[in-house]
Write a protein that binds this ligand. Structure first.
Ligand SMILES: NC(=O)c1ccc[n+]([C@@H]2O[C@H](COP(=O)([O-])OP(=O)(O)OC[C@H]3O[C@@H](n4cnc5c(N)ncnc54)[C@H](OP(=O)(O)O)[C@@H]3O)[C@@H](O)[C@H]2O)c1
Length: 243
């Protein structure tokens, strides 16, 4: 494994966050034919290489919190933290040892016990007013549950809450596509880190990176700000212009 000091993403520079919410990065891995799942899910190693998984950790180390949708967590209830050797780099930047974990769910149906719950800080669960009581009953003993939206989590309200209540100035979104869609719809993604894995999936039923009902307004046009190659894998960094 490459030493962290040599990783191209170790010393990234980020723009200042907007005043009302954290700066938001999205990180995903997809196949050459644009799929982010294989047979309906993403098993470790089925798309990305070990280096890609390490890159995920290097990216996380720049962020105050990592956020995922409930379905991604049900399928992969892993701890959303950074590798131990990255902790000193966070500390040198005045950050906590690990990013906070944030999960969006209305069902409250998350696997427990699971590594996800084993960090030093309890995960933050964002849910709706309508689901708050039920989710608090199931997850309240092991997580911090907050309602941000009436029937569903409202992305803008959630982001303002994370900024104000938890002082999160940079948030890393790690999917899945249904949650990604809502962030894009609310124009709440500032940049995209995308790994293109040298694989073809082929099935019509597998998911793509952003999935919702309608075409996104104005087909957001991304600006490629960096790229590097490692073996047959391509690592792209895009900026999403704010307007
Ligand atoms: N290749 C990659 O980089 C990558 C990355 C991440 C995920 N994935 C894959 O993506 C798949 C999952 O993606 P997905 O799009 O089906 O699901 P998802 O976005 O991970 O999660 C959807 C779930 O999140 C909760 N949710 C989303 N928006 C909400 C809102 N506004 N209010 C309340 N709850 C909300 C709901 O959870 P409840 O049902 O609990 O209410 C909903 O069912 C998995 O197979 C995973 O492996 C791939």
């Amino acid at each position: 494994m490459q030493l962290p000091a040599k990783h191209p993403y170790l010393n990234l520079v980020f723009p200042a966050p907007p005043s009302e919410r954290p700066y938001v990065g999205l990180n995903m891995v997809m196949s050459v034919d644009g799929k982010i799942t294989v047979g309906g899910q993403l098993k470790a190693g089925s798309l990305g290489s070990p280096f890609d998984r390490y890159t995920m950790s290097v990216l996380r180390h720049h962020f105050g919190a990592v956020i995922c949708g409930g379905e991604t967590i049900r399928r992969h209830p892993y701890y959303l933290g950074v590798s131990p050797e990255l902790i000193p780099f966070r500390k040198a930047r005045g950050m906590a040892s690990q990013p906070l974990t944030v999960i969006v769910t209305n069902s409250g149906n998350l696997p427990y016990p699971a590594p996800l719950f084993e960090g030093a800080e309890r995960p933050i669960i964002l849910t709706s007013q309508a689901s708050f009581q039920r989710v608090t009953q199931s997850l309240g003993p092991v997580a911090e549950v907050h309602a941000v939206g009436e029937q569903r989590v409202e992305v803008r309200e959630a982001l303002a809450f994370l900024r104000e209540h938890y002082r999160i100035s940079r948030l890393l979104l790690e999917g899945g596509p249904r949650l990604n869609y809502q962030f894009f719809k609310e124009r709440a993604v500032d940049e995209v880190f995308l790994t293109i894995a040298p694989r073809l999936v082929g099935s019509v039923s597998d998911l793509t990176m952003v999935m919702g009902e309608d075409v996104l307004e104005n087909l957001p046009r991304l600006e490629l700000i960096s790229h590097f190659q490692r073996d047959n894998e391509l690592f792209l960094r895009y900026q999403v212009p704010r307007n």
